[in-house]
Design a protein around this ligand. Structure first.
Ligand code: ADP
Length: 403
């Protein structure tokens, strides 16, 4: 039998998340993470799903990414799933920024590494960490195909009218300023899973996907291809998020510089880390915000209202972009779990054929499900995302093709 396991790696600047998947039958064998890399209190957490064993945790310094991947390899080996296994077919890496060039998953070689490096100016926080993870994994298993799956790839089908900002073309091109979009792996997976839920082919349906996690983005998907998305040059644009402002008059930035005396770095931190829900009410967890609203907290209520107002504007905008909408799909931590967010986002949109059935919306957990009333013109659905499975499938499909 040919090897059929894929290891998926998501390397951040101070963390590595991993999953080992068996592609025959699409099973998850193990999952884990290494957090606070470089600190004294690094955490290694590993769950051996295949054996049904308990989650193991240990703390103590994990010096760098090399040590982090070695810790992961030890945990996997303890379950008989070591990286030296002949059943391992490939390693799939989540890479945040693939620019215009990477429209598909790509087998990594020196040229690909150089191109990901060239994109660092537009993804200074993410691509360096992704590169470190890739290089470390390549050193561990140099013989194994390593595949990059880009967060931006699904959005490369956006027409120029959606991808360009209305600024001087030469300046934009000189600095590669355009709307790239992110969370693409999730938008791809969820839009396809939504078509499946409707019992139709992805090519036949138009879907608005609302990925609402701590980061949040919306996309308009026509016949399986993305035609617009709410994140732009960076993940800062678009919806109100846990800690990011989303859309804002760019003049706010000049104002903060000229009148507020803030530096570019300070404003960057303000808008990415101290804004959104946390900036508005001090909490970014939707559970906590709902609890405070239930207790009559006005600040939390206003934060929720601002979040919903923006979300509703994007639903309306993408309805207009698509012309005909077959489904609106909610996904990620907030989208999958927060029934009040789903109800509020489509409240009053009956004229567009959008409504939520209270009983269906209140059902918790489970797989993809409809929450719109029977016979509704537009399906409203909860569709759990699975970015690791999507990365593993894309990786496996590519490696299989090349073998
Ligand atoms: P990330 O962007 O970090 O991947 P997730 O998709 O895991 O985020 O979403 C995390 C967010 O989901 C939390 O910050 C919280 O606001 C929200 N969330 C998780 N569980 C619930 C729940 N049961 N009810 C409401 N919100 C939830």
């Amino acid at each position: 039998m040919s090897p059929s396991r894929v290891l998926v790696l998501n390397s951040g600047s101070s963390s590595v998340k991993y999953q080992l998947l068996e592609m025959n039958g699409s099973k998850r064998l193990a999952t884990g993470l290494v957090e606070r890399i470089g600190e004294r209190t690094s955490l290694v957490r590993h769950t051996p799903l295949a054996s049904g064993g308990e989650t193991r945790e240990r703390t103590g310094q994990v010096a760098d990414h090399d040590a982090a991947l070695k810790a992961m390899a030890e945990e996997l080996a303890a379950d008989g799933l070591g990286l030296d296994s002949p059943e391992l077919a490939a390693i799939g890496h989540r890479v945040v920024h693939g620019g215009k060039r990477f429209t598909d998953p790509t087998v990594i070689d020196e040229q690909v590494l150089a191109e990901i490096e060239r994109l660092i100016p537009v993804a200074p926080l993410h691509n360096p960490a992704n590169l470190t993870g890739i290089r470390t994994a390549m050193a561990l298993r140099p013989d194994l195909p390593q595949v990059a799956v880009f967060d931006t790839a699904f959005h490369t089908t956006m027409p120029e009218s959606a991808a360009r900002y209305a600024i001087d073309v030469r300046t934009a091109d000189a600095h590669r300023i355009r709307r790239y979009g992110f969370h693409g792996t999730s938008h791809a997976y969820v839009s396809r899973a939504t078509a499946r839920l409707l019992g139709r082919a992805p090519e036949e349906v138009n879907v608005i996907v609302l990925h609402l996690g701590n980061g949040a983005s919306a996309s308009a998907v026509r016949g399986g291809r993305c035609v617009d998305t709410s994140m732009g040059l960076t993940p800062l644009e678009g919806l109100v998020m846990g800690t990011r402002s989303g859309d804002l008059d760019p003049a706010v930035i000049f104002h903060l510089m000229r009148v507020g005396g803030m530096s570019a770095d300070e404003i960057d931190t303000l808008l990415n880390k101290k804004s959104g829900l946390v900036g508005l009410c001090g909490d970014n967890d939707m559970r906590e915000i709902r609890r405070r609203i239930d207790e009559g907290d006005r600040e939390a209520e206003l934060a929720f209202d601002i979040y919903i107002h923006r979300l509703k504007k994007y639903i309306g905008a993408y309805y207009a972009v698509l012309g005909r909408v077959d489904a609106v799909a909610f996904t990620a931590g907030v989208g999958e779990n927060a029934a009040p967010v789903r109800a509020a986002a489509v409240a009053g949109l009956e004229g567009l054929g959008l409504a939520v059935d209270e009983g269906r919306n209140a059902v918790r957990g489970g797989g993809p499900r409809l929450i719109s009333p029977e016979g509704a013109r537009v399906a409203v659905a909860v569709v759990p995302t699975d970015e690791e499975m999507e990365i593993a499938q894309q990786t496996y499909a590519l490696v299989g093709k090349n073998n």
